[in-house]
Design a protein around this ligand. Sequence first.
Ligand SMILES: Nc1nc2c(ncn2[C@@H]2O[C@H](COP(=O)(O)OP(=O)(O)O)[C@@H](O)[C@H]2O)c(=O)[nH]1
Ligand SMILES: [Mg+2]
Length: 221
Amino acid sequence: MAFAHSEPPTARATPATGAAPTTGAAPAADAPPAFTALKILIAGGFGVGKTTLVGAVSEIRPLTTEEDLTEVSRPVDDLSGVETKTTTTVAMDFGRISLRDDLALYLFGTPGQHRFWFAWDELATGALGAVVLADTRRLTDCFPAVDFFEDRGIPFLVAVNCFDGVASHRPESISGALDLGPDTPVVLCDARDRESCKQVLVALVEHVVAGELAVAATAGG
Ligand SMILES: Nc1nc2c(ncn2[C@@H]2O[C@H](COP(=O)(O)OP(=O)(O)O)[C@@H](O)[C@H]2O)c(=O)[nH]1
Ligand SMILES: [Mg+2]
């Protein structure tokens, strides 16, 4: 899938591999630091709040590919719980958070509907990790995303978007209902709230780091 974004002229985007950029020769002492982009996927079922989350937390106006829902899509796209939803993401959402001059998180919201699943493998290439958004009114909608990341060994957490009027569930019971491994975090969030979404991303990065440290410890001894 073709994907374009603009970078500041001094920034040199490396492939979003989730790892530090590798170069053959040592950079000149006065060279600007290489730019690293860490790619995070925001996945989950239709209408769970992916576009909302990317828009809430991105520092740039998110690139989205929303289209009006049509009568034709009505039998296909299940609107129960989000009856006021009038648009759908047809390719992906994209947002960015700069952590330092030379380090940014790129957020890719995956399209929720099954008919767009062909795009997932490409979006997942080089991802640091993923947030699987869940709505407890339609918890099973996030099963495919959970399976996708488990199958590919991509670290992920489940973030429950606490829609208004929905009694909060305990993370442990959601973990049990989704049959998650004991190490997979479950956090609660409000996809409309920037601070809440930032906490989700922090939790994901901590989870990724903990996994890397565990692998390193196993390899070391
Ligand atoms: N009340 C409430 N509405 C939300 C929340 N998150 C998303 N929405 C609304 O739910 C609908 C679906 O959200 P959207 O981000 O488009 O879902 P997506 O299909 O996963 O991208 C939209 O109308 C949002 O405004 C939330 O936490 N509370
Ligand atoms: Mg969307």
